[in-house]
Design a protein around this ligand. Sequence first.
Ligand code: MG
Length: 168
Amino acid sequence: MTIRSGLGFDMHPLVPGRLLVLGGVPVPSELGLGGHSDADVLSHAIGEALLGALALGDLGRHFPDTDPRYRGISSLALLREVMTLVTARGGRLVNVDATVIAQAPRLANLLPEMAKRLADTLGIPLDATSVKAKSPEGLGLLGRKEGMAAMAVVSVEVRGAAEGETSL
Ligand code: MG
């Protein structure tokens, strides 16, 4: 049995006329994140980390933004598909630690709901699902509210038999 780490990062622009969704939770906001799917930057960072743990490439490789099937899709549905890939390769997600970097709105009171929804989607306990928010303190493009970013780290336990079978 081996423990694999995966690192995920994502960033999307903030635009008018879009619902802001983070960790599958609708967030009251004048601006939403622009993108082909629901542009849930938090779920995307976690998906990237999961794929990275098993060296399976990135989300764009599995869910290309040229594919109309993924237009407006809930990113929790993408995460479920990623978990199917992880499980098929003998992987078991141990824990997630993620941070959203956003100048506004304040996210603190919604973090528990995001963690709950992500834990349910990923099939791991709530106490293994960490979701945090960080202000960029007004600095740079994130501080100017031009976009939001998210980072995630995951640990995935891989049974010995699955080792060496993690490439596509
Ligand atoms: Mg994305």
